[in-house]
Design a protein around this ligand. Structure first.
Ligand code: GDP
Length: 298
């Protein structure tokens, strides 16, 4: 994960070792190298700019009387700015005052929504909840079946249209699922929605209609981290079309660069809440900006 960026930054820091007080020229040169490292990691340009400006400003104002030498100070500043760009604090799921809490998943097809529904189901169950996974992705023929399989693996219940009843209406399924959850004492409902390969006006409208009927407490935008900063344009389209309150990064295990992770928070203003790192239901965790920053810095 993010090997390229880690290597690059490590070289920048190594070059600073043994230096006395950093001159403005040293700081500019360091900032340039960090800029290249971030661009190579496929971080979106506005994010790179904000990051570099913050690092430069803080490096210039760094307190020379501190116990840290200049190289250590730069590492400290970069670490803190990485944490900021990744969202600062960990943001937890907001539970509704009145059950059920509704979590809606939105994103492109193949982003990992259905897998995520299973992962969230398992995780919620571990936290003491009784989740219900809802199959409102009726676009892909196998999606309902796939959701039932992951629900089975997670040991949680699933709400889906009866097989053989044709394609069904996902908005109706989503609406009914909330009443069903109330009746059956499920306290969290996870609604899986359809996604196409590209941004699609009709499906965006369908997701917005589902949002209107289920009134989610959290809408999670699910995005494949391997698409790099393309995540930003996709995120913006979903922000306009459906709106979301948090981001889930999937396939971080295959992401050597880190562009999506480092861009999406700053560009959308919404926190990264969970991270998926593999196909198994256990390859999943709450997103911790601090831990991610220290992983990048090695
Ligand atoms: P959906 O179309 O958004 O519902 O996406 P799926 O849940 O069907 O996932 C698409 C593919 O990505 C499947 O083959 C999953 O096993 C795989 N996948 C999902 N999450 C991850 C992840 O975090 N890492 C890896 N390596 N594969 C994943």
């Amino acid at each position: 994960m993010f090997e390229t960026l880690s290597d690059r930054l490590d070289k920048v820091f190594t070059g600073l070792r043994g230096k006395g007080r950093l001159s403005d020229a040293d700081i500019d040169a360091t900032a340039r190298e960090i800029r290249i490292a971030l661009l190579e990691a496929d971080v979106a340009l506005p994010v790179v700019r904000a990051f570099i400006d913050a690092v430069k400003e803080r490096a210039r104002g760094a307190d020379v009387s501190q116990a840290l030498n200049p190289a250590q100070q730069v590492v400290k500043i970069v670490n803190e700015e990485l944490i900021t760009i990744l969202g600062g604090e960990t943001r937890r799921i907001r539970l509704a005052k009145q059950s059920p809490t509704v979590i809606m998943l939105a994103g492109l097809q193949g982003a990992g929504k259905t897998t995520l529904a299973g992962k969230l189901g398992r995780w919620l169950k571990e936290q003491g909840h009784t989740p219900l996974l809802v199959a409102a992705d009726l676009q892909r023929p196998n999606a309902v079946n796939q959701l039932s399989i992951v629900a089975g693996q997670a040991g949680v219940d699933v709400y889906a249209p009866e097989p053989g009843n044709g394609i069904g209406n996902p908005v109706q399924v989503a609406r009914d699922s909330i009443d069903h959850a109330r009746r059956t004492m499920h306290d969290v409902v996870v609604v899986d929605t359809a996604g196409r390969l590209g941004i699609d006006a009709e499906l965006m409208q369908q997701a917005a209609d589902i949002r209107d009927v289920v009134q989610p407490d959290e809408t999670l935008f699910v995005v494949d981290a391997m698409i790099g900063q393309d995540a930003v344009t996709t995120a913006q389209a979903f922000q306009e079309g459906v709106g979301f309150s948090g981001v889930v990064l999937t396939k971080l295990d295959g992401d050597a660069r880190g562009g999506a992770a480092l861009s999406v928070r700053h560009v959308t203003g919404q926190p990264i809440m969970f991270a998926s790192t593999g196909e198994k239901l256990t390859d999943f965790d709450v997103f911790h900006p601090e831990r991610m920053a220290s992983r990048i810095l090695g």
